[in-house]
Design a protein around this ligand. Structure first.
Ligand code: NAI
Length: 345
């Protein structure tokens, strides 16, 4: 039996992890607390830890895990910006779930876009109050509009297909453009200039942090709609608020927020929110916030648990070899994943 401390456990995690774990002799210890330097002690006696997007897996945490004999960090997410993969190299293997339902995220991005431009959130509240007035609910057609997609990986491409179904003109920017994909790539500045809607689907890295800042917003069309279902740190939220206040940004739909770690995923109703910026953004009539919910479908939860259990079994049964390892061996994760045939170290 492989023992795994599952940090930041939510009620929705349990059924699928218990089910898939029991099929393959992996026992999960569900811990509600997030992993960080203060809580890492709870991993003592476990073979692996299972972490989510807001756990802190920095060098200090990794050193402690290593000292406790923990062999594996299993991310139950695709993004891994919260793990210092470099610090883990040579000590603890790191695996992730590269794709569990890219459809879930891409469809959520479109759901946010439609909600925003057709004012569905406002109409829903009105009709519940028997207010059938249409004043202020005028939207715009998506058909014929230009959408700029930043990051054309698994999720970005599905989002592109969805947008094409709506008759939208799609342009894209990617650091590593996909060859022969039929995607019309443009320079980032050109994307900012031409897009009526901008949707972010690239990972958070040192290069992409605050890629949407004041200077970028300056280059955008007046009335632009910004969608972020990727990572909060891609947007400088203060600059976003300024853009909204200046009436430059037409709407913002945010499933992620840079400072979400201590806020999202919890019921904070009845509490005073200690984040002025988020409070101000939420108070704007043209901002929609969901709390990192884009992945949350039945299909995705089952795929996450199934793949995580397989990743764990693969590492322990095959001496650290796992297709979904985040390998730091050649110093470039994207490159390494493609070239690698064996384990990272
Ligand atoms: P992916 O790895 O398939 O695609 C990412 C794309 O971004 C790649 O084409 C890559 O070349 C591109 N990219 C890398 N650096 C770039 C840069 N500097 N500028 C522009 N493009 C760059 O990843 P996938 O599965 O499509 O996921 C995208 C992101 O979505 C993840 O990194 C994660 O942060 C986020 N995500 C959010 C979820 C949510 O619930 N809100 C759930 C799952 C993922």
């Amino acid at each position: 039996m492989i023992k795994v401390a599952l940090f930041d456990a939510k009620a929705y995690d349990r059924p699928s992890f218990e089910h898939y774990g029991s099929l393959r002799d992996v026992e999960f210890r569900f811990l509600e607390t997030k992993l960080n330097e203060d809580t890492v002690e709870l991993a003592r006696g476990c073979d692996a830890v299972c972490v989510f997007v807001n756990d802190t897996v920095n060098a200090a945490v990794i050193d402690k895990l290593y000292a406790y004999g923990v062999k594996l960090i299993a991310l139950r997410s695709a993004g891994y910006n919260n793990v210092d993969v470099k610090a883990a190299f040579g000590k603890v293997h790191v695996v992730h779930v590269p794709a569990y339902s890219p459809y879930a995220v891409a469809e959520h991005a479109m759901a946010l876009l439609l909600t925003s431009v057709r004012r569905i959130h406002k109409a829903y509240n009105r009709t519940r109050d028997f207010n059938f007035s249409l004043n202020g609910l005028t939207g715009f057609d998506l058909h014929g509009k230009t959408v700029g997609v930043i990051g054309t990986g698994r999720i970005g491409r599905i989002f592109i297909d969805i947008c094409r179904g709506f008759g939208m003109n799609v342009i894209a920017y990617d650091h590593f453009p996909a060859k022969d994909s039929g995607i019309h790539y443009v320079a980032l500045d050109e994307l900012f200039k031409q897009s009526d809607i901008i949707s972010l689907h690239c990972p958070l890295t040192d290069d992409t942090r605050h890629m949407i800042d004041g200077a970028a917003i300056e280059k955008m069309k007046k009335g632009v709609v910004i969608l972020n279902t990727s990572r909060g740190g891609l947007i400088d939220a203060e600059a976003l608020l300024e853009g909204i206040k200046a009436r430059k940004i037409g709407a913002a739909c945010l499933d992620v927020y840079e400072e979400e770690a201590d806020i999202f995923f919890e019921d904070r109703s009845g509490h005073i929110l200690n984040d002025e910026l988020l409070s101000r953004l939420i108070s704007m009539p043209n901002v929609i916030v969901t709390s990192h919910q884009a992945f949350l479908t039945e299909e995705a939860l089952n795929n996450i648990a199934d793949t995580t259990v397989n990743n764990i079994r693969s590492c322990f049964d095959n001496d650290g070899v796992c297709d979904n390892e985040l390998c730091y061996r050649c110093g470039n994760i994207e490159q390494c994943k493609k070239e690698r045939k064996e384990k990272c170290f």
